[in-house]
Design a protein around this ligand. Structure first.
Ligand code: F6P
Length: 352
């Protein structure tokens, strides 16, 4: 059995559903199996940057009660606290990486479990290397674009929210003979859009990874209407570019403005936004988070650091952080789900 350790844990980057289930699993495994202390660091990197340090010691009370079911993160988080480029009151940026490392030392920690997305993995991996801090990562992000893992905590719940939105939009679209455009999150990757679009019966799915043309979208919607259906559903990921290939904030509304005037049917746009990040975590997210949390603690116990727990081919796995950072896991345009969508007649952009 590993020596009695003092384990730090933090959540970093944008929140999502399932983070608390992962914290719970880490606390449970570390205390029940190994008899360690678990120190929760508040608000991501800020808990170790602030003076006094901002943290709490967990006990097994965390394991009972409602935590498994709760969205958000009980530890708090930030996606504005990069210690290498820390925002200062005067508007400038400062390197606070040594403050973070000193904070870790002051707490007397032996290792750190970081629950984060691609940006957090990159920053924390660099930081932990610089400070000689043994780190294990747990992937989370509704965008599901962390490299090296098929699943990240939060994705399943976000897809459920988006599908639920489509299930609600379809009847009102049919009642009013409308084209409904649903903008979902996905800054660089279209996983939510592709999964929700297939599950929710979309006619058009636009992804950052596949280029499209306005005429392609219009032709598809025209085909749907000509086929006798009085309504249509379009799903667009927020990271999709406009027709000029530029990043467009509010791509859903932009698309609505382009498509609407070309049809007799009215067009309405729904931007789902942060609704996708909150709410009760899906069973799938709770299961993945629980499995990740337990394995992460075992990795610490066995000294397997600078690695991230992963889900690959339906199994728990581990990947070196060097194979994760700096890589965005987007949709494979030649992959099976894209082929499925195309086979169903969904327009995703031009082939080849
Ligand atoms: O990375 C997850 C994500 O939800 C993206 O899909 C989205 O672009 C971004 O975070 C939103 O970040 P913020 O919470 O800062 O608005």
């Amino acid at each position: 059995m590993a020596a009695k350790l003092r384990l730090g844990i933090l959540t970093s980057g944008g929140d999502c559903a399932g983070l608390n289930a992962a914290i719970r699993a880490v606390v449970c495994r570390a205390i029940r199996t190994y008899g360690w202390q678990v120190i929760g660091i508040r608000d991501g990197s800020l808990g170790l940057l602030n003076r006094p340090l901002d943290y709490e010691e967990f006990d097994l009370r965390l394991f009972s009660g409602s935590i498994l079911r709760m969205g958000g993160t009980l530890l708090g988080t930030t996606n504005r606290g990069d210690p290498f480029s820390y925002p200062m009151p005067d508007g400038g940026k400062a390197d606070k990486s040594q403050d973070f490392i000193e904070g870790y030392r002051q707490l007397g920690l032996d290792a750190l479990v970081v629950i984060g997305g691609d940006g957090s993995m990159r920053i924390m991996h660099r930081l932990c290397r610089q400070g000689g801090i043994p780190m294990v990562g747990i992937p989370k992000t509704i965008d599901n674009d962390v490299a090296g893992t098929d699943a990240a905590i939060g994705f399943s719940t976000a897809v459920n929210v988006a599908v639920d939105a489509l299930d609600r939009l379809q009847p009102t679209a049919a009642s009013h003979h409308r084209i409904m455009i649903l903008e979902v999150m996905g800054r660089d990757a279209g996983h939510i859009a592709l999964h929700a679009g297939i599950a929710g019966g979309a006619d058009v799915i636009l992804l950052p990874e596949i280029s499209y043309t306005l005429s392609g979208v219009v032709d598809k919607l025209g085909e749907v209407m000509a086929g006798g259906r009085n309504h249509a559903l379009v799903v667009v990921a927020e990271g999709v570019r406009n027709a000029a290939g530029e990043k467009q904030s509010g791509i859903g509304h932009w698309l609505g403005g382009q498509v609407g005037p070309r049809f007799k049917a009215e067009t309405r746009v729904t931007v789902l936004g942060h609704v996708q990040r909150g709410g009760v975590p899906s069973p799938r997210d709770r299961i993945v988070a629980s499995a990740f949390g337990v394995r992460a603690v075992d990795m610490v116990a066995e000294g397997r650091f600078d690695r991230m727990v992963a889900w690959r081919g339906g199994e728990l796995a581990e990947v070196p952080l060097d194979d994760v950072v700096g890589i965005n896991r987007g949709i494979d345009p030649a992959g099976a789900l894209v082929a499925t969508a195309r086979s169903l007649g969904i327009y995703l952009g031009e082939t080849g």
